[in-house]
Write a protein that binds this ligand. Structure first.
Ligand SMILES: NC(=O)c1ccc[n+]([C@@H]2O[C@H](COP(=O)([O-])OP(=O)(O)OC[C@H]3O[C@@H](n4cnc5c(N)ncnc54)[C@H](O)[C@@H]3O)[C@@H](O)[C@H]2O)c1
Length: 446
C-alpha cells in the first residue's frame, strides 16, 4: 500500500517526506469533510444517478438505431440451441426433393409470415422467425400464431429488424441459405396517423436487414414482400411488372417502392440475390384484423354497420383478392428458384439475380360482391354505410398480370374468393369462439 502511494506521489515535484505528509493530511481532512455524513453520501449517489440518466437519455435521443436500446430478450447457450434446432432442415441432403433450406423469416408472427413458416416447416425446411410483436393490431393474434408455429417446432425470436446486433448474432449462429423478409408496417390509411412507423420498419429496418445479409458468410438469397400498391395511380390494366411505378398514392406504397430501389442497390453493389414479390390483397384464415374482409366479418357478427367505399361516379372499388395459400406457394417457389448471392466478406464476386413478380389472383372482385359472399356465409345481412372513398391513399382497383410468375415460378392461383372466404369464415368462427364458446388454435384450416 505504501509503495503505491509513493509511486503516485513521484509525479509531484516535492521535497521527499515533508510535502507528502502535508498532502496526505490535507487529503484525509477533505475526504473526511466530504464523506463525514451519510447525508452527503446520499447526495453524491443522487448526483451520479442523475448524471448517468441524463447521459443515457441524451444518447438514445441522438442514436436510436443502436442495438443497446433494444430489449435483450435473446442470447445465451439455451437460446442458441433453440435457434439451431429450429433452423435445421429435416430433409437430409441427397433426398428426392433436394437438400432442405434454412430460412430466416422476418415478420413470422404476422399473417403471411406464419403461413409461410408453417408451409416451409411442413415440407422439411429449417425455419427461424423474427418479429417485434408491435401493437399495430392485436398482438394476442400474433402470439397465437407464434404458439401455433412453436407447436410445429418453429422458433420465433422476439426482436426488431433494426437491431443489427441481433441479426449479426443470428447469422453467426446459423448459416441461413435464404431470408424471407415479410416484416413491415402494413396498411395504407394508418400511414397518415403514424408515418414514422413506415420509415422505421420499411426503410430503416430493410437497410438494417440487408446490411446483415451482405456481411453474412455465406450470403443468403433474399425473397421479400413488396406490394401491388407500387402501381399507385397507374391505370393500365392488368398491372404488369413492366408498367411504370413512379406515382405512389400513399406513404406505404412509397416505402415499398423505395424498398425495390434499395434492394436493387444491394444486389448491384454486394451481389445479393433478390426477389421482390408484389402481393395483391392477401386474405385468409389467421388474417389481418385491419383489412376490410376481416373487419366486415367482425362488424357483421356484432351487428355493427360497415363502411363500404365507392369510387367517383358511383364506381365500385375492386380488388384482386388473393388467397393466402396461393401466396405461400408463390413465396416458396421464389425461394426454390432464387439463384445464389455471389458476394463474400461484403464484396461482390459476380452478378446475382434481381427479380420482381406480381403475385395476384388475376380476377378482380368488387367490394359489394365480397360483402354479399360474407353475408351468405355468416347468414346475417350487413348494415352498409356506402360513402365516397376519401383521399387517403387507397386506389380504386387492382388487377394483376401474373404471366411472368406463371412462366418463371410455375405460379398458378387455385382458390376462388368464394372458396377462400368460406375457409376464412370457418376459421374466424372457430378462433373467436362463435362455434364452441372458446378460442382454440386449430391448424386444420391452414
Ligand atoms: N396482406 C396483404 O394483403 C399484403 C399485400 C401487399 C403486401 N403485403 C406485405 O406482405 C408482408 C406481410 O404482410 P402481412 O399481411 O402478413 O402483415 P402483418 O402485419 O400481419 O405481418 C408483418 C409482421 O411484421 C412484424 N414487424 C413489423 N415491423 C417489424 C420490425 N421492425 N421488426 C420486426 N418485426 C416487425 C409485425 O409485428 C407483423 O407481425 C408485409 O411486408 C406487407 O407489407 C401484404
Amino acid at each position: 500500500m505504501r509503495v503505491v502511494v509513493e509511486e503516485e506521489e513521484e509525479e509531484y515535484p516535492s521535497t521527499p517526506g515533508k510535502v507528502k505528509v502535508e498532502r496526505s493530511a490535507a487529503m484525509s481532512r477533505q475526504l473526511h469533510r466530504c464523506f463525514a455524513s451519510t447525508g452527503t453520501l446520499f447526495l453524491w449517489a443522487l448526483f451520479l444517478v442523475a448524471t448517468t440518466a441524463t447521459y443515457l437519455s441524451f444518447r438514445s435521443f441522438v442514436d436510436t438505431s443502436s442495438s443497446r436500446y433494444f430489449p435483450a430478450s435473446w442470447g445465451g447457450l439455451h437460446w442458441e440451441r433453440q435457434i439451431r434446432a429450429s433452423a435445421s432442415p429435416r430433409r437430409p441432403p441427397g433426398s428426392a426433393e433436394g437438400a432442405g433450406l434454412s430460412v430466416l423469416v422476418t415478420g413470422a408472427a404476422g399473417f403471411v409470415g406464419a403461413h409461410c413458416s408453417l408451409a416451409l416447416r411442413k415440407r422439411g425446411d429449417g425455419v427461424v422467425g423474427i418479429d417485434n410483436f408491435n401493437s399495430y393490431y392485436d398482438p394476442s393474434l400474433k402470439k397465437a400464431r407464434r404458439a401455433l408455429l412453436g407447436s410445429h417446432g418453429v422458433f420465433v425470436v422476439e426482436g426488431d429488424i433494426n437491431d443489427g446486433r441481433l441479426l449479426t448474432k443470428l447469422f453467426d449462429v446459423v448459416p441461413f441459405t435464404h431470408v424471407l423478409h415479410l416484416a413491415a408496417q402494413a396498411g395504407v390509411r394508418y400511414a397518415m396517423e403514424n408515418p414514422a412507423s413506415y420509415v422505421h420498419s420499411n426503410i430503416a429496418g430493410l437497410v438494417s436487414l440487408l446490411e446483415a445479409c451482405k456481411d453474412a458468410d455465406p450470403q443468403p438469397a433474399i425473397v421479400w414482400a413488396s406490394s401491388s400498391s407500387v402501381y399507385g395511380l397507374n391505370d393500365r390494366v392488368p398491372f404488369s411488372e413492366s408498367h411504370p411505378t413512379d406515382q405512389p398514392a400513399s406513404l406505404y406504397a412509397a416505402t415499398k417502392k423505395a424498398g425495390e430501389e434499395i434492394t436493387h442497390t444491394y444486389n448491384h453493389i454486394y451481389g445479393l440475390s433478390v426477389t421482390g414479390l408484389r402481393f395483391f390483397t392477401v386474405y385468409g384464415p389467421w388474417g389481418r384484423p385491419d383489412m376490410a374482409y376481416f373487419s366486415f366479418t367482425r362488424n357483421i357478427l356484432q351487428g355493427k354497420p360497415i363502411t363500404v367505399y365507392r369510387g367517383r361516379d358511383h364506381v365500385d372499388l375492386a380488388r384482386d383478392f388473393t388467397y393466402v395459400d396461393d401466396i405461400v406457394r408463390g413465396c416458396l417457389a421464389s425461394l426454390d428458384t432464387a439463384g445464389r448471392s455471389t458476394g463474400t466478406g461484403g464484396k461482390k464476386r459476380g452478378p446475382a439475380p434481381y427479380r420482381i413478380f406480381n403475385l395476384g389472383n388475376t380476377s378482380p372482385v368488387t367490394v359489394p360482391t365480397l360483402v354479399a359472399i360474407l353475408e351468405r356465409y355468416l347468414r346475417v345481412n350487413a348494415m352498409k354505410h356506402v360513402v365516397e372513398m376519401p383521399g387517403n391513399g387507397d386506389v380504386p382497383f387492382t388487377h394483376a398480370n401474373i404471366s411472368l410468375a406463371r412462366e418463371q415460378l410455375g405460379y398458378k392461383p387455385a382458390t376462388s374468393l368464394e372458396m377462400g372466404l368460406k375457409k376464412f369464415v370457418r376459421w374466424y368462427l372457430s378462433y373467436y369462439g362463435y362455434n364452441r364458446g372458446t378460442h382454440e388454435f386449430n391448424d386444420h384450416y391452414l
